[in-house]
Design a protein around this ligand. Sequence first.
Ligand code: CMC
Length: 427
Amino acid sequence: MSKEAEIILDGKSYKFPVIEGSEGEMAIDIAKLRDLTGYVTLDTGYKNTGATKSAITFLDGEKGILRYRGYPIEQLASKASFLEVSYLLIYGELPTTSQLEIFKDRIMKHTNLHEDIKKIFDGFPSSAHPMGVLSSAVSSLTAYYPGSIDQNANDEEVDLTIVRLMAKLPTIAAWSYRNSKGQPLMYPKPKLGYCENFLYMMFGHPNEDFTLDPVVVEALNTLFILHADHEQNCSTSTVRIVGSAHASLYSSIAAGINALWGPLHGGANQEVIEMLEEIQASGISTKDYIAKVKTKEVRLMGFGHRVYKNFDPRANIIKKACDDILNKLGVNDPALAIAKELEQAALSDPYFVERKLYPNVDFYSGIIYKALGLRSDLFTVMFAIGRLPGWIAQWKELRDAKEPIGRPRQIYTGYTERDYVSIEKRK
Ligand code: CMC
């Protein structure tokens, strides 16, 4: 017999179906709650609320499990390419050799930007944060590809928008960076791989040969995979809610980029490196810094997670990769030693143990990005490029399922009705 949940309100009993996910996750389906009872639920920060059914990513925060379409993150990060994982997320299955080739060719063919987009970069002061430029430029794609705002576009047209976005986001990121430095923009080289082409556009020069370091390419590939999806996090929920109003893919992703920018979300990777550098510059001991965290004077950035309460499997992979990459590149960054000391101190301290606070994906990723030669304000841009296929997959899933517009309720706590007071009578 299928399970039911009983809610008793004002002495009356109401039954609600219990639904079970494919990994045994249980939920009470309260779709009819308000109709039947007049009540709504209140769950600030959505700590207990499932916003959708999704077949893309499975995450068990207690056991530290993360899988894309059933495949463990550890296997994907060590064996797959970022485009392979993107295909998996967006279309549901790992591609065959020919499917992957076609996907790659289609993407690389669309990597150029409309020349006029350069004027958008010129319009920003060189001090502009690249995340603001990124979201603005992605929004602007609706103007260059007006078909993307047609909510009746067929699947083929939507797929072209998906391919264009995958293709153009790295070019937007690289060009806005080059523009901010007054350096010549590097046109994409479609013959290169996705990560290779991005590095070429970021660090190449028109009058010099460019040599790709396989260690750097591999590191970027791994980081992009680790960031590729994370089910209903803040930016993905933003993408889905904007998409639920039938806004275009470009508009929905631009909104996701803005959400990701926040320091409690993807913006944490920049905050972590700035925190580590500040600790180094000020000479404060890690013990004293931890003491400041415990009195809540500062937050230990890169620590804690809404869903991981044991360990973040992405952080485990990144920590190991960080050691490897710095060794291979011959980089000796004191920030890494400080990060390890902080982690050690935190993991044995009751404040962190009781609150189940562990290093998250952002704790060590910034150290790698820095070793790859990236400026700290670009770290969250890297996160956005990595997260793009996940956002797209989630937007597509919502569209295919014809999900209704996202529109939460509230519990109103303001004034009850009162009469307008003319301005001369106000005190
Ligand atoms: N440093 C110090 N204390 C913390 C931290 C931290 N990083 N994170 C949580 N706490 C404390 C918090 O003060 C609270 O303590 P108390 O019970 O005494 O009030 C308790 O732990 C629970 O924290 P919370 O803020 O209610 O937890 P949350 O689930 O709402 O927030 C979080 C999750 C990630 C926003 C938070 O842990 C945080 O701000 N971490 C630092 C920012 C960060 O690294 N963000 C990146 C997250 S991973 C990338 C991504 O997917 O977004």
